[in-house]
Ligand binder design. Structure first.
Ligand code: FEO
Length: 394
């Protein structure tokens, strides 16, 4: 909750949420998160870009007080989700003259979600600017980075892009700026996978849109500020591209060891073919790690035992997650074991309609795999390897 100076008269007064463990009741947060909120002091007007989650609002209030902010003219709402907007009503109460500056869609959401009053808004269009005196804010609509109303704010004189969720990372840190680039990129990749990947094509358009501006810094509303914007812009360009890597994502569950034997054989044989394998026991794995692996895998293999005539419920759940995240994976296979029968393949297929994949012939094995079963698995492995040569330009 320390005040963090970005440049002269641009200050992050946001809050670290060190011990937050889950986001949207869905996403694990191994490193907590931050809600960055930026004060921009112009020679005539003062703006606050985004607020914080309502539960941590008292800390934002304290930071504003410690900074000596006695007047706010504008509250810029880049995004209506409550981790950034939740404290807007309280800020309006604290600074009755302030206006919420945002686009039409975001205004509607803030009215619905937080009951902000119609008269408290100034509505802007794409490309519109407001002057703070010696500083100018330009609004760039960047829909679907994360919700349809999301936008970014560009501080023209300092060439800083305030991008809210876009380019963000869930990482509570005392650092103001990126220090460890490798860690930041992994945090940002996790964030991209969980939040942005379902809207990959629209994200790609927005990367191009903001990349037209001269950028000295990118200041998201989660995670540290980038003094080297190319670091995250180039990473996003790679993630949103259609290119995949020579990687198999293997998601497996085993009840009595048979599917585990299948998984072990797949892992060893795929590695022997020169393919990188990322295996996860989905019942114990961090779904954030699974999501990261989905970003550039060429093939996803779902390996499940049959239980009560269908796939294991944990496999249905992770398949549903993959379907929702819409990774650019090009191939899929369903394998597994059974004791007496069921309809696992059709059941899994029915929950992954969004995955535009070539589906290999399923391999279902009765009980523990025998020699003939391993031959069927080897045929699948050969087919995967051949397909990777084409799909991954090997
Ligand atoms: Fe950080 Fe979509 O809110």
């Amino acid at each position: 909750m320390a005040i963090k100076k970005i440049v002269e008269n641009v200050i992050n007064v946001g809050v670290e949420h060190w011990d937050r463990e889950i986001f949207d009741s869905l996403i694990p947060l191994p490193d907590g998160t931050t809600y960055n909120s930026y004060v921009i002091k112009g020679s005539e007007k003062i703006a606050l870009i985004d607020t914080v989650d309502e539960t941590k609002g008292h800390l934002l209030k304290e930071n504003l007080k410690n900074l000596g902010i006695e007047r706010l003219d504008y509250i810029i709402a880049n995004h209506a989700e409550q981790d950034h907007s939740g404290y807007i009503p309280a800020i309006l109460n604290m600074f009755p003259g302030a206006k919420v500056v945002t686009n039409t869609k975001c205004k509607g959401m803030l009215i619905d979600l937080l009951h902000v009053k119609d008269e408290d808004f100034i509505v802007i269009e794409d490309g519109e600017e407001i002057s703070l005196g010696d500083k100018t804010l330009k609004f760039i609509l960047t829909p679907w980075v994360h919700w349809p109303e999301t936008m970014s704010t560009y501080l023209k004189e300092d060439k800083i892009l305030f991008s809210c969720d876009f380019f963000g990372s869930h990482y509570a840190t005392s650092d103001t700026f990126v220090v460890d680039e490798a860690k930041t990129l992994m945090d940002a990749k996790r964030y991209y996978a969980e939040i942005m990947m379902p809207f990959r094509k629209m994200v790609a358009r927005n990367v191009e849109k903001v990349n037209q501006y001269e950028l000295n810094m990118i200041a998201p509303s989660h995670g540290p500020v980038y003094k080297n914007p190319k670091l995250i812009i180039n990473a996003y360009k790679e993630w949103v591209s259609d290119d995949v890597k020579n990687v198999v994502l293997l998601l497996y569950i085993s009840m009595h060891g048979s599917t585990e034997k299948i998984a072990e054989h797949l892992i060893d044989s795929l590695i022997a073919k020169g393919i990188e394998v990322k295996p996860f026991n989905v019942l114990t794995a961090d779904i954030g790690q699974i999501a990261i692996a989905m970003v550039d895998a060429c093939t996803i293999i779902l390996a499940s035992p049959m239980v009560l005539a269908g796939a294991h419920p944990g496999m249905i759940s992770v398949a549903h997650l993959a379907n929702a995240l819409r990774p650019k994976v090009k191939n899929a296979a369903i394998v597994g074991s059974y004791g007496w029968g069921g309809n696992m393949v059709e059941q899994i297929k029915s929950v992954i309609p969004n995955l535009k994949v070539d589906l290999f012939e399923p391999v279902l094995i009765k009980g523990l795999p025998r020699d003939d079963d391993y031959k069927k698995l080897d045929k699948l492995i050969d087919e995967v390897a051949a397909k990777h040569v084409i799909d991954c330009n090997l």
